[in-house]
Design a protein around this ligand. Sequence first.
Ligand code: PCA
Length: 193
Amino acid sequence: MKKLLITGFEPFGGEEINPSWEAVSLLPDRIGSCELTKLRIPVVFGETAETVIQKAEELQPDIILCIGQAGGREGITPELVGINLRYAKIPDNKGNQPKDEPIIPKGKTAYFSTLPVRNIAEEIQKSGVNAQVSYSAGVYVCNDLLYTLLARFENSPVRVGFIHVPYCETQNKQPSLPLSDIVKGLTVAIKTL
Ligand code: PCA
């Protein structure tokens, strides 16, 4: 069995739910060869990554997979890259609103995900759920988390990835997917790991 640390976010930006955590919380504890440990995380620059790193140090997972909401996207989008930049159009859940700051001063410009993102997108698509590879995780807290984890685990066997999911139907925003499709897409993604 592989140990998978999987995270979903608390709501932010005035939303009442975050489909990332809604979906993660519905996943079974075992999928394929992965044993899941689920963690609900805050939407706060810096603090979010620290929370995940702390849990990873305790759990010693083989894989860390973080899930986040990307309002406006139509499909499930595994992220290829994390970049060394923070820019917040809206404050995070503690009121931080960085404007064009590096995540790690003098850190590398970017890191590629160490999960098979192309394969993940293809397998989700084959299962009948809309999915595409994304070439930008944005510059908000999700990218902050992905970049920081990739930097932290650069020289370790721990593999790190991020998947953005659209709004789910109950949020009454468009485009959206039924929560059951998001759960199905994530299940298929985990089977590829
Ligand atoms: N989405 C935000 C942060 C939390 C979330 O679910 C993002 O894309 O950065």
